[in-house]
Design a protein. Structure first.
Length: 162
């Protein structure tokens, strides 16, 4: 009985290996995709702008609180209320920034996934993985995916100031 199970497992393994070997495997460099995809670059700029905006807001809130706390006529209850208002303002701005950035990340992820799927189909690939997982072999389709992505993306143009 043991021999039959071992023989069955060996035959299944050989069959499965031959199927995998026959399949075309594609590879993408996810680091290159994120660094060279125009929308990903724009998203990084947006993230940096939000970070700077939040940093400035935090500094402004600290200054306002310091001024408010130095006024002798303000009671301890007023100071606590002002502190809570400042915290709520910071939390609201941070939440807004997080939601916007998450939407950008989700959109970029979906666009990249779609471009990889389309490119894989056009090249007859049955499996695509990242280059960090594939240590050896596979057809690198990174540049083709980037061409597809960047051809469909238009750089954001800042509105002209009047």
């Amino acid at each position: 009985m043991k021999k039959i199970l071992i023989l069955s497992w060996l035959l299944l393994s050989i069959f499965a290996f031959s199927e995998i070997k026959a399949a075309e495997i594609g590879v993408v460099d996810s680091t290159k995709l994120t660094s060279e995809y125009l929308k990903a670059q724009q998203a990084q700029k947006t993230a940096d702008e939000y970070q700077e905006k939040l940093k400035n807001l935090l500094n402004d809130v600290k200054q306002d609180l310091d001024k408010f706390n130095k006024v002798a006529t303000n009671t301890e209850a007023q100071k606590i209320q002002k502190q809570k208002e400042a915290e709520n303002k910071l939390i609201a701005e941070r939440k807004k920034a997080d939601e916007t950035l998450q939407k950008l990340r989700d959109d970029i992820y979906n666009e990249v996934k779609q471009a990889i799927n389309e490119e894989a189909k056009s090249q007859g690939l049955s499996f695509v993985t990242t280059s960090t997982i594939a240590l050896y072999g596979g057809k690198d389709i990174t540049d083709d995916v980037l061409k597809r992505l960047n051809a469909s993306s238009k750089p954001a143009v800042a509105p002209k100031k009047k």
